[in-house]
Write a protein that binds this ligand. Structure first.
Ligand SMILES: Nc1ncnc2c1ncn2[C@@H]1O[C@H](COP(=O)(O)OP(=O)(O)OP(=O)(O)O)[C@@H](O)[C@H]1O
Ligand SMILES: [Mg+2]
Length: 284
């Protein structure tokens, strides 16, 4: 996007947006999406800060090739460093706050402080993107609470979609806005749930359909590795990430949505109506 487009969007976005990338299941591409969408936004001229808020299993630094960043979010959460000291320069001008790898420090960290730490930098950037753990445990809740918006990601299969619905409900209970869902590792195979059906099930717009792309795995090659957006910006997954970045930034891109009548829709509608039921008030 050119600067004029950026200015237009920024008129709409008065202050920095803090967005976490969340999923029910692990290994669906949160870290991949956070890193690459952040780089794409930076390439569009936005100021972006990526935060590795997966404080137990940090690996955003690996994706960015920034493993040797000495001051980390752990130090900040422990009150042993300031957040400004933990901000590093990443690829293509993104800023990056790493998480520590020490298990000892992890045990001492209190993730509840994350909200105030993130609040303190939100207005320095157009976008602060948080890479968070999977599931709905305490560290996830703290990271969602530290965000203004939640972008969901899942693979297009029933267990992944069922679990991401729980994440959506948790975000709702924390009064955080879920903006959309990204489908990743899409292979176009039989048995996958279509984006149209996902949209209906989750009642959310689809922010991206990212194909399985063997180029992604080359990120971690010792030589010739590096984030997809930097290495092969024309690969199918990188182009899809690009669309997601545009959608996040507020430029509508119509994503082709092949119509399908998924035979398991009925099953899911039933399952989701159970999930969505509010818990009954306890009698005691
Ligand atoms: N579109 C894709 N095509 C091919 N491989 C992918 C794609 N997206 C992600 N991967 C690979 O899948 C693996 C899991 O991705 P990633 O680490 O981003 O998932 P995650 O949701 O962050 O996992 P965790 O829940 O453990 O934090 C990585 O090896 C990544 O390179
Ligand atoms: Mg991850």
């Amino acid at each position: 996007m050119n600067k004029t487009a950026k200015n237009h969007v920024l008129e709409l976005v008065e202050m920095g947006r803090v967005i976490c990338i969340a999923s029910g299941k692990g290994g669906v591409g949160k870290t991949f999406l956070t890193g690459n969408v952040g780089i794409a936004l930076a390439q569009h001229g936005f100021s972006v800060c990526l935060v590795d808020a997966d404080i137990a299993m940090a690996n955003l630094s690996l994706l960015l090739g920034m493993q040797s960043s000495p001051i980390t979010l752990h130090d900040v959460l422990l009150g042993e460093a300031t957040i400004q000291d933990a901000i590093y320069e990443g690829p293509k001008g993104v800023k990056f706050i790493p998480s520590g790898l020490s298990l000892e420090n992890y045990r001492r960290v209190d993730s509840e402080r994350l909200e105030s730490v993130i609040n303190s930098i939100a207005n320095q950037f157009d976008f602060v993107l948080l890479d968070i753990p999977a599931g709905i445990e305490k560290n996830v809740l703290s990271a969602i609470a530290a965000s203004d918006e939640v972008l969901l990601i899942a693979t297009p299969d029933p267990p992944s979609i069922a679990d991401v619905l729980k994440t959506k409900i948790v975000a709702q209970r924390l009064n955080r806005k879920t903006i959309g869902i990204v489908l990743n590792l899409v292979r176009g195979e039989k048995g996958e749930i279509s984006d149209t059906d996902v949209m209906k099930m989750l009642e959310l717009p689809v922010y991206g359909i990212i194909p399985y792309d063997p180029e992604v795995r080359k990120t971690f090659l010792h030589e010739k590795g590096g984030p997809l957006m930097v290495r092969t910006p024309d690969s199918p997954a990188a182009l899809a990430v690009q669309k997601t970045a545009s959608k996040i930034a507020g430029i509508e891109i119509s994503i082709a949505s092949p119509k399908s009548k998924n035979p398991i829709m009925q099953f899911f509608n039933k399952l989701f109506s159970i999930f969505k039921k509010k818990p009954k008030a306890s009698k005691d």
